[in-house]
Design a protein around this ligand. Structure first.
Ligand SMILES: *Cc1c(COP(=O)(O)O)cnc(C)c1O
Length: 449
């Protein structure tokens, strides 16, 4: 494609919500901007680049559906004749190939309810990944249980399944692999360790809508699979969540756990199950938005996958750049495009590369900081209530089991692009690669800034 065609396509993305890229008029008249030109951080002209549509994108039916809920007064799922929650649950379960879906008010609530339904409590241990959003750990602490963090596989950014076995004790209650970035954890390896020991696997699929493992949708393979519909997620209603399960009994219990112990009964039937429960329900407004948002969700997943794989094919050729590996049999949902920089090989630190890319107007972030998880949990449990369960000495011993050297390294080398950047026309992937190559040709000058 020549420069003029390229500018034409990147400037006319055909989506009304696209954040317009203003291409400097100077470039339009210029001959091909080459990788030998000066990087933007050194005063050069940024390549024309499109960060993708601003997010979320209205799909058309949202307004009408919300107004219907508003005007009928059917705002809560209990007693609603519009069945916005139920409709969404049926659609989502079907799209994901799962038997049951329970909508919740957040992804965190989906995780909390999953652990509640498994009767997790004080003294129980839950094995999970340190490279995740804090909710994955907080849902464990919500039950006064102990997170046991297994280090990451730095190549894939996912929990290193080979470390699970040595962390299992008689107190292990569950394992929560996180499909970070939307890319699958190594589920076969996780099930191979957990299944023989009857340790239930809860998939944290909060970033992994419509990702796949061996042809099955992520979130449909574990005892439960938990999703988030928070506004940045690939499927969104502001805040919201869902739990998938194929287990009929567990589905009933999950429903009751999120509905103060009450089953799927009329709103005036006050019978309760005898287990710890809460109100974690989704409103009908959220259900209405989600059903409308399902419209292009699979089409967008395909676009992200095509662009993500294409970007990896370009970036892996650049010395010192390592796209996150996707395990064989897996398809990423691409909530994040994740890669690592090896600072010695590349010639810049991670933060220097992020700054240089941002100067090119290419949005990117360093991602999760290396959280001191042991210190965090010790602080959270430094209360009178927690001390009745966990002495200082006990937490000291627990902390010694947790070794996260790979996670610390990963957190200093990772760079993320966001999911909507993968919805931009394919040429923008070429621009990212060109920009990184141009930056690499000038590492000495950039490092001395
Ligand atoms: C977003 C997210 C959650 C929590 O979801 P909320 O809807 O924000 O409560 C949990 N785990 C991961 C990995 C997430 O990205």
């Amino acid at each position: 494609m020549n420069r003029r065609d390229f500018i034409k396509t990147s400037a006319s993305v055909g989506l009304s919500a696209v954040s317009a890229v203003s291409i400097p008029t100077a470039i339009l008249g210029m001959s091909e901007l080459s990788e030998d030109s000066k990087p933007a951080i050194l005063g050069g002209t940024p390549f024309p680049y499109n960060n993708g549509p601003s997010w979320p994108i209205l799909q058309g039916e949202e307004k009408e559906s919300i107004l219907k809920v508003l005007e009928t007064g059917n705002w809560c799922r209990s007693g609603s004749s519009l069945n916005m929650n139920i409709q969404f649950e049926e659609q989502y379960a079907q799209l994901c190939g799962s038997k049951h879906c329970i909508a919740t008010n957040s992804g965190t609530s989906a995780l909390v309810a999953s652990l509640a339904a498994l009767e997790t409590g004080p003294g129980d241990e839950v094995i999970t990944s340190p490279y995740t959003f804090i909710a994955t750990v907080n849902c464990i602490l919500a039950h006064y249980a102990l997170p046991v963090l297994a280090d990451v596989d730095i190549e894939s950014f996912q929990l290193d399944a080979s470390r699970i076995e040595s962390l299992i004790t008689e107190n292990t209650k569950a394992c929560i692999p996180v499909h970070i970035g939307g890319a699958p954890a190594n589920l076969d390896a996780v099930f191979n360790v957990c299944d023989p020991k009857n340790i239930p696997v809860i998939e944290d699929a909060c970033q992994a809508h419509f990702g796949e493992w061996n042809g099955k949708k992520l979130g449909s393979l574990g005892k439960t699979g938990c999703f988030s519909f928070q506004v940045t997620k690939n499927l969104s209603c502001g805040d919201g969540g869902a739990i998938l399960t194929n287990d009929d009994n567990l589905a009933e219990k999950l429903f009751a756990c999120h509905n103060n112990g009450r089953g799927k009964v009329s709103s005036l039937d006050f019978r309760y199950g005898s287990f710890r429960a809460s109100n974690l329900r989704m409103t009908e407004f959220q259900g209405a938005i989600l059903s409308a948002q399902l419209k292009n969700v699979e089409k967008n997943a395909k676009i992200r996958n095509d662009n993500g794989l294409y970007l990896s094919s370009l970036l892996k050729e650049i010395p010192g750049i390592y796209p996150a590996k996707i395990y064989d049999g897996g398809t990423s949902a691409w909530h994040l495009y994740m890669f690592r920089i090896n600072p010695e090989e590349f010639g810049l630190s991670r933060d220097q590369l992020v700054a240089a890319l941002n100067a090119e107007r290419i949005t990117c972030y360093g991602g999760y900081g290396a959280m001191d998880w042991v210190g965090y949990v010790k602080n959270v449990y430094n209360t009178k209530a927690a001390r009745r369960i966990y002495s200082e000495k006990f937490l000291e011993d627990w902390g010694e089991r947790i070794q996260l050297s790979q996670n610390i390294k990963l957190c200093s080398e990772a760079i993320w692009f966001m999911q909507n950047q993968l919805l931009a026309p394919k040429e923008n992937m070429d621009v990212i690669a060109s920009a990184i190559r141009r930056i690499q040709k000038n590492t000495k000058a950039i490092a001395s800034l």
